[in-house]
Design a protein around this ligand. Structure first.
Ligand code: MG
Length: 232
């Protein structure tokens, strides 16, 4: 594919996000994920609109489906959506709702917004791809508070036991969890057999390194720490 000089980049994201106006309760949630999503879509995931149905594509599952403005902005930057569509988001006629819809929005692999589903679905997806002998990577993004949902606990336990080394969970940690985890979020995963790394959720190089350093035989958890909810 020819890369032209007007291909949107990271610097375009504030403008793209600002196209989405209106009464949105989840602005902090949208802002917390923007750097992690950018690194994933720009440098990690092997996905493209031209190969949207390739069975060997990587899979990105946005579990934390509330506050999807950053997600939509990046889908537009990467050619899945026309940026003209962003301005009408969340209106009755728009397919860009407050929760992403996998049927209606190109590039969206799961409908989400009801918390606690992405990681279990990612485990099943990784198992299915392994059975079909694809080496596709499956990445799911969850919030720290979302880990309070019991479905995540079951998925965390089983993923390492099954040796799902193509599975990555990125936890965007804005310290919003009700209960927290003894020893921190990374330890929660390590105890169950995952490789786990904690980095700044704003540091693109640190995120890239965390996503790409080998973790043979284990699923990977990347804890991306951002400023606390309400801090901005
Ligand atoms: Mg949170």
């Amino acid at each position: 594919m020819t890369v032209t000089t007007n291909t949107p980049g990271y610097a375009d994201l504030p403008r793209l996000i600002s196209l989405m106006t209106g009464d949105d309760k989840h602005h902090a949630a949208a802002e917390s994920t923007v750097d992690v999503l950018w690194v994933l879509f720009d440098r990690i995931l092997r996905i493209s609109p031209q190969a949207a149905r390739d069975p060997a594509r990587d899979r990105f599952l946005l579990s934390k489906g509330h506050g999807p403005m950053a997600y939509y902005a990046i889908l537009a930057a990467k050619g899945w959506l026309d940026e003209e569509e962003l301005a009408g988001w969340s209106s009755a006629r728009s397919r860009l709702g407050h929760h992403p819809d996998r049927i209606r929005v190109p590039g969206v692999e799961i409908s989400s917004g009801s918390l606690g589903h992405g990681l279990p679905i990612a485990v099943g997806t990784a198992l299915g791809l392994r059975a079909r002998r694809f080496r596709s990577r499956v990445v799911t993004l969850v919030g720290d508070a979302e880990l309070d949902e019991g479905s995540n606990s079951e998925a965390i336990v089983v993923a390492a036991r099954l040796g799902l080394d193509r599975l990555t969970t990125v936890v965007v940690d804005n310290q919003s969890s009700t209960h927290g985890w003894p020893g921190g979020i990374a330890r929660r995963f390590e105890t169950e057999g995952w490789a786990a790394r904690t980095v700044s959720g704003r540091d693109h190089e640190a995120l890239y390194e965390a996503f790409t350093r080998p973790h043979p035989g284990q699923p990977l958890a990347v804890v991306a720490v951002v400023e606390p909810k309400g801090a901005h």
